[in-house]
Design a protein around this ligand. Structure first.
Ligand code: ADP
Ligand code: MG
Length: 364
């Protein structure tokens, strides 16, 4: 078990900076997910922690000890890769135990650790097979087993589920979560998939172009994104961004959407920006409901809009509307949708919507 402290970390490839001054404190036992679009530096950051990449500046400490100059094998860290990296000619049993054998652990101790890990991962029936004789999901379990038997103080995962089909990914996500609950070792997990990040993380570290854009508990980032980038990255279907201006009318503060309606902002949700300022309203599908009753609920604005098209998912149906120049998506009960072309009254919950300054793209 160990905490991880990263200070002012840089990684350069020639003149290109893949990691540009990262500070990050990961408490002992936490499940941290590094998430962000492809190329933002997630793997590079993870590999510097493992010692697989030399750093260009800054400091990495694991369990209170600076490891900048420590060899990877001395860091007591186990890493699981997207492509499993199993030895094709070795049985499952030998793949899992290989690292222990290489460290000259006595065979009975290896056997008992390998058996315990195999039981935990539900692969005891596969022990004598070769990697090519098992499925992708089973291979990934073997790769995780190989990390688990080492009993490291820190687990690093680099997109371990990205090669699996959607159903197996869901299942393995649950397995990894259970593994963390059972062994409570610190885990750092890299993914580009925001659902994976939301569902696994105690804390999400959202990266962009080699820096941390925002970090925090999954629901904090989801409900209070610091920037339009974070707001747009987390959530599916995506948040809609509506541009407009702050307009004060007879004491009320409204957002006048470009070529669209004016939405009166509720008390307590009025940002401290000048009249006329260009702003962006960020609305998630679940912030828009089909209106019922004579008036909008407190904190919501009522407006009429025409349904452009519907996308049923089974439990919910997503309805797309035109609002001024923009399209917005609303989440409806599956059977309570109306039809394309129909005008329906909507309640837009402005007390839950996000607002950003258009110039800075930062939350206001
Ligand atoms: N060995 C390397 N040489 C040069 N550039 C690299 C090397 N490894 C990664 N990069 C670059 O660093 C950036 C971050 O890469 P990476 O950490 O793999 O991104 P991610 O894992 O977030 O998709 C990318 O632009 C990538 O092209
Ligand atoms: Mg990567």
């Amino acid at each position: 078990m160990a905490d991880v402290k990263i200070k002012g970390l840089y990684k350069r490839y020639g003149s290109f900076e893949a990691v540009r001054g990262i500070d990050l404190d990961i408490p002992d036992g936490e499940f941290t997910v590094l998430v962000g679009p492809s190329g933002c530096g997630k793997s590079t950051l993870l590999r510097t922690i493992a010692g697989l990449e030399e750093i260009s500046g800054g400091e990495i400490a694991i369990g209170g000890e600076v490891v900048n100059d420590m060899r990877p094998r001395d860091r007591d860290v186990a890493m699981v890769f997207q492509d499993y990296a199993l030895y094709p000619h070795m049985t499952v049993r030998n793949n899992i135990g290989f690292g222990l054998k290489a460290r000259k652990m006595p065979q009975p101790e290896i056997d008992s650790r390998v058996d315990a890990a195999a039981t935990m991962l539900g692969i005891t029936a596969l022990m004598d097979r070769l990697p090519r004789q098992i499925s992708g999901g089973q291979r990934q379990r073997v790769a995780i087993g190989r990390a688990v038997v080492r009993n490291p103080r820190l687990f690093l995962f680099d997109e371990p589920l990205s090669n699996l089909d959607a159903q197996l990914r869901d299942e393995m996500r649950g397995e990894i979560k259970r593994l963390h609950r059972d062994i409570s070792t610190t885990m750092i997990y890299v993914t580009h998939d925001q659902i994976e990040a939301m569902t696994l993380a105690d804390r999400i570290v959202l990266m962009r172009d080699g820096v941390i854009e925002q970090e925090g508990a999954p629901l904090d980032l989801f409900e209070r994104p610091a920037t339009t980038f974070v707001a747009g990255f987390l959530g599916s279907p995506k948040m809609t961004f509506l541009s407009g201006r702050m307009v004060r009318v007879e004491g009320a503060v409204t957002i006048a959407l470009d070529d669209g309606p004016r939405l009166p902002l509720p008390e307590g949700r009025i940002p401290d920006v000048a009249d006329g300022r260009a702003v962006i309203l960020g609305v998630r599908p679940e912030h828009i409901s089909r209106a019922t009753g004579p008036a909008a609920a407190p904190g919501s604005a009522r407006l009429d809009a025409v349904i452009e098209f519907l996308q049923p998912t089974g439990s919910r149906t997503y309805a797309t509307f035109r609002l001024g120049r923009a399209q917005v998506m609303a989440e409806f009960e599956a059977h309570d949708t109306g039809r394309p072309g129909e005008t329906v009254p909507l309640d837009l919950n402005l007390s839950r919507a996000s607002m950003f300054d258009a110039a800075t793209q930062r939350a206001i």
